[in-house]
Design a protein around this ligand. Structure first.
Ligand code: AHG
Ligand code: MN
Ligand code: MN
Length: 335
């Protein structure tokens, strides 16, 4: 039973036995994510004081400018997860290929793989606005003790065992699910412990916030244009309020608490949108559904999409159930 203000450590131990494949391995994995998150949090908080702001001068596999903190966070998470030898494979938004973690060693009986967006919303770092980390955990499908394969990573979102995010905001929070609801823990930086501050998080079924980069409006599909106009119409509880931070984690976090919809559609510039199915959309979709919300590409449930490549992008509509259903209605009407 979740108790407000219990520590994350206590919560993990108490809930371990209710998890159907319990062996302690998943608990250890979540534990090392919380540890890496503390280290990254420390660095994010120092941005401005130390030489960590700005771009490194390179681009990642997706051709995007890498920020110093992108690289730092990537290294920290990979390092922590490999050093503690608790996973058999990792894939990161910042790495071209997946990383096999001693998985060829027959003594490595680890069965979990992790997919991670080490720093989400990194363009916000320089301006002191919230960023995040997103993670997604699956059980491998190939035999333990053999090298991990691409098919261990290209699983549908509905096979996720756990998923979550860390938001480095006015306070730092870890929000995650193991398929039994969503719980949010706030870091007390003085003590270094996370406390359960947001038990059993749920999206309000109806919200009044829409989050979309309207600068791309003219490139959007007609269904999304029509939905945006619907949000702006003066009728009932509309017009809705527009809020867009430009960091999925932060926009999602606000919307789960207040009720709202996040949209990153395909456009005439990006035929599949921008967000990555495996590192961003699937984990957020799992959290959304566990919190009574919904996530769709406009027509299909995100978690039912069959991934074909590691860095695949998909259109993403996610948030309060009735709002996502309405946006889908507009998409279908103009198909
Ligand atoms: P990342 O920093 O990991 O590349 O992700 C940024 C993503 C997402 O977090 C955010 O909502 C979106 O990109 C913002 O994109 P636009 O600037 O195109 O609106
Ligand atoms: Mn991201
Ligand atoms: Mn990122």
């Amino acid at each position: 039973m979740a108790r407000k203000n219990q520590t994350l450590g206590e919560f993990i131990i108490e809930n371990q036995t209710s998890f159907k494949y319990t062996s302690g391995e998943l608990s250890r994995l979540i534990n090392s994510i919380r540890l890496a998150a503390k280290v990254v949090n420390h660095e994010v908080n120092k941005a401005g004081l130390v030489d960590i702001i700005g771009a490194v001068g390179g681009t990642n596999i997706q051709g995007e400018k890498q920020q110093k903190l992108d690289v730092y966070a990537n290294e920290k998470f990979i390092h922590t997860l490999t050093n503690r030898n608790i996973v058999c494979g990792i894939a990161s938004e910042e790495e071209e290929d997946f990383i096999a973690v001693n998985s060829q060693d027959e003594n490595n009986q680890n069965k979990y793989i992790v997919l991670i967006d080490p720093l989400d919303g990194s363009s916000n770092i320089d301006v002191n606005v919230s960023v995040g980390t997103i993670f997604s955990i699956y059980r491998r499908v190939t035999p333990v003790g053999t090298p991990v394969q691409i098919e261990d990573f290209l699983q549908k979102g509905n096979k996720q065992v756990a998923a979550g995010y860390i938001i480095y905001g006015t306070s730092t929070m870890l929000v995650y699910t193991t398929g039994d609801g969503v719980n949010g823990f706030t870091l007390n930086p003085a003590i270094g412990s996370y406390y359960l501050s947001h038990p059993n998080m749920k999206f309000p079924e109806n919200g009044t916030i829409y989050s979309v980069n309207e600068g791309n409006y003219i490139h959007f599909p007609q269904g999304i244009k029509d939905y945006i106009k619907y949000c702006q119409e003066e009728k009932g509880n509309r017009p809705y309020t527009s809020r867009y931070i430009g960091s999925l984690v932060s926009d999602f976090h606000r919307n789960i608490i207040k009720g709202g919809i996040y949209i990153y559609p395909k456009s005439s510039k990006n035929s599949n949108g921008k967000l990555r199915l495996l590192y961003e959309c699937n984990p957020m979709a799992f959290l959304a559904e566990q919190a009574n919300g919904k996530a769709s590409d406009g027509f299909t449930r995100i978690m039912d999409i069959d991934p074909v490549e590691l860095h695949q992008r998909v259109p993403f509509i996610c948030g309060s159930k009735n709002m996502v259903c309405k946006a889908e209605e507009f998409m279908r009407a103009t198909k």
